[in-house]
Design a protein around this ligand. Sequence first.
Ligand SMILES: C[S@@+](CC[C@H](N)C(=O)[O-])C[C@H]1O[C@@H](n2cnc3c(N)ncnc32)[C@H](O)[C@@H]1O
Ligand code: SF4
Length: 379
Amino acid sequence: MPRTLGAYVHVPFCASRCGYCDFNTYTAAELQRDGTTVSVATYADRVISQIQQGHLARPDSREIETVFFGGGTPTLMPANELVRILAALRSEYGLANDAEVTTEANPDSVTREYLQELHDGGFTRISFGHQSSASHVLQLLERTHTSGRTWDAVAWAREAGFEHVSVDLIYGSQAESDEDLVQTLAEVVKADIDHVSAYSLIVEPGTRMAAKVDRGEIAPASDDIAAHRYPIIDQTLSAHGFTWYEVSNWAKPGGECQHNIGYWRNHDWLGIGPGAHAHFEGTRMWNVKHPATWAAAIDSSESPWANSEVLTLDEQRREHIMLRLRLREGLPLDYLSEAGWSKAVEAVVEGLLEQHEDRVVLTDSGRLLADGLVARLWD
Ligand SMILES: C[S@@+](CC[C@H](N)C(=O)[O-])C[C@H]1O[C@@H](n2cnc3c(N)ncnc32)[C@H](O)[C@@H]1O
Ligand code: SF4
C-alpha cells in the first residue's frame, strides 16, 4: 500500500473551554507568554511562516493528499485566513487535485456565508462537534451551542457544497440516559451527514470536570455504561447505512475520513502549529506546545520543534498493532511476533478476533475490548 502524505494544522483557539477537554487549546486571555502574544488575527501569518521556513523537513516529492485543520476551533479564524494557509501548503508542497481538506468546527462558530467561503476556497469536508442532542447533557459538558444549531450548520455546509459532513458525539456522560442517547441518534440518522465519530467520555486529569468528580459533585464516568451504550450507537448507525471503519468512527460508503485513515495506517504527515505532531517513516517530531513559545520560535526563524524520536523496528511494529487493530480492514498478521500470534489465536477462540486471510479483525465484542487486546498482542 503506498504511503500517503497528509498535513495537520493545529489551531489552538476556543471561545470557551469545555469542562471535559484537555486539548492544546486556549481562550484569548491565556495566549500571552514572555512578551509574545498569539491571536486569531495574527495566527495565519505564523502558520504560513512555519510552512515556508523549511523546518518541516520535506520528506520527499509526494503531493499532500489530505489536509486536516484541527483544534481547538479552527473556525474561530476568518475563512479567508484558513484558505490562505491552504494556498501556502499547495504552493510549498503541492496538493493533489482530489485532496481531502477537512476542518473541525464548533456548530456555533460558523454561518452560511462562512461555510460558502471555506468551500469555495477548497475545503471538502467538515466535522462538527455536536456531542449530544440533550440540552442537560450539553450543559454538563459546558457546550456553548444548542442541538438545533448543529443541524442548521450541517444544512448550510451541504448547501455550500461540502462533499462530506461529519459530527462528533460524546457518550456515557454522567447526565446522559439511554433515552437521551437514543434521541440523539434519532436526530443524527435524520441529518444529511455521511460520517459520525463517537467517543466515550474520558474524565481527563486537570480538567474542570475532573475537579468536580474529585469534589464529589458529579460521578466518575463509568466504563460499564459506556460499554452498554456502544452497541446502541453501532446498531442504530448500522441500520441507517453507516458502517464502522474504525472503533470510534462510522461512515456511509465513501464518507470515511482519509486523513485519519492515514494516521491509523501509520502513513506520513506534516505537523504545523503548536503541539502538532508529524510522522515520517518511523520518525516522530513534535512542535513546542504553548502557542506563544511556538510563535516566538517562528518569529525568530528558529526551529519550533520540541523534539523528535526515531522509533526502533520493534516500536514501529507495536505502533502498527495499536493503530491498525482498531480498523475494520484489520491488522496484517506480519506485525505479530510468534508470541503475539498465539495470543491472537486465543482471542479468535474467545470470539474477540476473526481471521480474514492474512489479517485479524475485531469482532463486535472485540471492539469493546480493543485497548486490552492491543496490550495482549504486543508481545
Ligand atoms: C477539537 S474537538 C472538535 C471541534 C470543536 N472544538 C468542538 O468541540 O466542537 C474534538 C472532539 O474531541 C472529543 N473530545 C474532546 N475531549 C474529550 C473527552 N475528554 N472525552 C471524550 N471526547 C472528547 C469531542 O467529541 C470533540 O468534538
Ligand atoms: S471540545 Fe472543542 S470547543 Fe470544547 S474546549 Fe475542546 S477543542 Fe474547544
